[in-house]
Design a protein around this ligand. Structure first.
Ligand SMILES: [Zn+2]
Ligand SMILES: [Zn+2]
Ligand SMILES: [Zn+2]
Ligand SMILES: [Zn+2]
Length: 285
């Protein structure tokens, strides 16, 4: 019902319009005039605001159309950000001079590290870090790892043998401590010490060095060497004495014997070794 009324209204309007046009055409002498518009700028556009174009016909009719705003014509100046300092970007419009500045965050270093000196059990290593952006470097010390000894006192990483102050484990000589070099250059060594290790010693090995009267090396006529390792058989219980009271070598011209090192091998399979550095001189002189 409503839609029908609507059509009706539209039809009446259309008929009246035709009638009106016909009427005008018969009365207005300018009815056949074709408008010719001349354009002129009514209002200049700017970067941000639209302008207006005026279209005018000689007959006096005119209308306006918008002229789009230009938009800014920015050019950029500034400085780049670095690892540690901020940068800037300044935008300036070449047309209107409007400008604004953006701050660019510092990039931050981008370090990567390489080992420049390998760390060992006893020596510190180094790791050097370098920034891939700016080339800045710094070096970190890698602490020496220290030995990790197995039950035999041998380092599982580098093979070094734990060095113990053997004077603590066996003490200084406790009794007659002497050498004598008798007939046929036989060196007789008498040495007693105490087993302070707390363990039962299965074997003990002494490394002897021979010297003559003026302190130069004296050489074994058997091995032709200046030093000799002698391994003695225990067992020596904790607190008991270990001893050498023996003809240990034949060394012409021997005046002094030094027990340089001692190694103790215990019944539990472990061992200790280290410097002893105790010297004996020939009592027969
Ligand atoms: Zn006109
Ligand atoms: Zn502008
Ligand atoms: Zn950097
Ligand atoms: Zn080691």
């Amino acid at each position: 019902m409503k839609r029908k009324n609507c059509y009706l209204a539209f039809a009446i309007m259309a008929v009246s319009l035709i009638l009106f046009s016909c009427g005008e055409a018969s009365t207005n002498p300018a009815a056949s005039h074709v408008h010719e518009y001349v354009e002129s700028i009514e209002e200049q556009p700017t970067c941000e605001t639209d302008g207006q174009m005026l279209h005018t016909c000689s007959c006096g009719l005119s209308y306006k159309t918008p002229i789009s705003h230009f938009g800014h014509n920015y050019s950029v100046t500034g400085k780049d950000a670095t690892c540690t300092s901020t940068g800037t970007k300044t935008y300036t419009c070449s047309r209107c001079g409007k400008s604004y500045t953006e701050t660019i965050k510092a990039i931050g270093h981008n370090y990567s590290g390489t080992v420049t000196k390998n760390v060992t059990c006893t020596q510190d290593g180094t790791k050097t870090f370098k920034c891939s952006n700016c080339g800045d470097t710094y070096t970190e010390i890698i602490k020496a790892t220290g030995h990790s000894y197995d039950s035999n006192g041998k380092c599982t990483k580098c093979g070094a043998v734990r060095s113990v102050d053997m004077k603590k484990l066996v003490g200084a000589p406790t009794d007659w401590s002497d050498i004598s070099v008798g007939r046929y250059d036989v060196v007789h060594l008498s040495w007693w010490a105490k087993n302070n290790s707390g363990k039962t010693i299965k074997y003990y090995t002494v490394e002897l060095w021979y010297y003559n009267r003026v302190g130069d090396g004296a050489f074994s006529s058997i091995t032709r060497t200046q030093s000799q390792s002698l391994r003695f058989i225990g067992p020596v219980a904790p607190g008991e004495e270990l001893s050498i009271n023996d003809d240990v070598d034949r060394v012409p011209g021997c005046y002094k014997v030094t027990i340089a090192k001692i190694k103790l091998e215990y019944t539990d399979g472990t061992s200790d070794s280290g410097l002893y550095a105790y010297s004996f001189t020939d009592s027969s002189y």
